[in-house]
Design a protein around this ligand. Structure first.
Ligand code: NAI
Length: 340
């Protein structure tokens, strides 16, 4: 079985090579992302393997079908970059529903601690032998209220970690988990009562710009916003305005709405065209990482193993439990992750 692997990075290859060799799958690695201009590279392959910033829109899906490519194997959990309605009946879409919720939850906490204890500032100072503590005052997490939006795999690990710090946890989920021991409240209560808000829901029509000007207006003065989920959950212009007005005390972003042409690449020699991102990065109380939360050894291993297993199951058995399909299902179907 031959798979065209798009947006390949050096850290992807070792685990995909190992698991691929075990199961007789050959990967051809393309550094370019999959989109309408590059889709013809998939000619002669059984499937394509893509990541979060590859484009699998209607035009790409139609061309893949014309080329006889049967499978789109997402090596990630989110699938907002795939036109699922259009893919239905044309190509199989597989994903890795979970590979390490710990990786993402722990990165979220790393960002939070870095930000509120000013570690990013202290690190630079001490490298310059500047051992002054002026303006490095942080605050205790113990006793603070954290509002968690989305209590799936990652959200729950994040909640466990927050409880370890002695924080009060409030949660909002469109489909609250029964008997999970989580205190669910309305979204407005999250905004009004949280010192820290962390986003762990998927990007959908419902959650697009869930953090916008109106939401920030309801928040506590000095709220800390964490987004390691998807960039478009946050209206970046509104966030920037909130930071300028001091309403937002700090923001930690691993994702950004317009990240697809920037993140994962070295743009250090270029003029950044995106003024909003440039302004956010220039703020002393904003930390941006480039969609790095998943990047642990354990997660990379799990991603490769599950992706290879998905492809084997599909090609050999004709079906795969991690296949996404669009049948216009009910909310409960969506919740089960089986039918979109
Ligand atoms: P999950 O599917 O286990 O949990 C998502 C939760 O969000 C579910 O409980 C669901 O009911 C809830 N939800 C759905 N619609 C909602 C809405 N309108 N409002 C509030 N909650 C809603 O997903 P998991 O594994 O916890 O991942 C969460 C998100 O994290 C993914 O969708 C993805 O966008 C992001 N992610 C980011 C990574 C990174 O490297 N930065 C890596 C992996 C995932």
């Amino acid at each position: 079985m031959k798979i065209a692997f798009f947006d390949a990075k050096p850290y992807d290859k070792p685990s995909f090579e190992r698991f691929g060799a075990e199961k007789g799958i050959t990967f051809k690695y393309f550094e370019t992302k999959l989109n309408e201009d590059t889709v013809d590279l998939a000619k002669g392959f059984d499937g394509v393997c893509v990541f979060v910033n590859d484009t699998v829109n209607a035009a790409v899906i139609d061309r893949l079908q014309e080329l006889g490519v049967r499978a789109v194997a997402l090596r990630c959990a989110g699938f907002n970059n795939v036109d699922m309605k259009h893919a239905f009946g044309k190509v199989h879409v597989l994903r890795v529903p979970a590979y390490s919720p710990y990786a993402v939850a722990e990165h979220t906490i790393a960002l939070l601690l870095t930000s509120i204890r000013r570690i990013h500032k202290a690190y630079i100072r001490s490298r310059d032998f500047n051992f002054s503590l002026t303006n490095l005052t942080g605050f205790d997490l113990h006793g603070k209220t954290v509002g968690v939006i989305g209590t799936g795999r990652i959200g729950r690990v994040f909640i466990d970690i927050c409880r370890g710090f002695g924080m009060k946890v409030l949660a909002y989920d469109k489909f609250p988990a029964k008997d999970a021991g989580i205190e669910y409240v309305e979204l407005d209560t999250i905004f009004q009562q949280s010192d820290i808000i962390s986003l762990h829901c998927p990007l959908t029509d419902d959650t697009y710009h869930i953090i916008d000007e109106a939401a920030l207006g309801k928040c506590k003065q000095g709220v800390v916003l964490l987004n390691t989920s998807r960039g478009a959950l946050v209206d970046a212009e509104a966030l920037l305005a909130g930071i300028k007005s001091r309403k937002v005390g700090a923001a930690c972003l691993d994702v950004y709405e317009e990240e697809s042409d920037l993140f994962f690449e070295d743009n250090s020699g270029h003029i950044l065209e995106d003024d909003t991102l440039a302004r956010l990065i220039s703020m002393p109380n904003v930390i941006v990482t480039s969609h790095q939360a998943f990047l642990t050894e354990e997660a990379l291993e799990n991603i490769a193993e599950t992706t290879v297993q998905n492809l084997v199951e599909l090609m050999e058995g004709g079906q795969c439990p991690n296949e996404l399909c669009y049948r216009g299902g009910t909310a409960e179907d969506c919740k089960s992750g089986k039918c979109f």
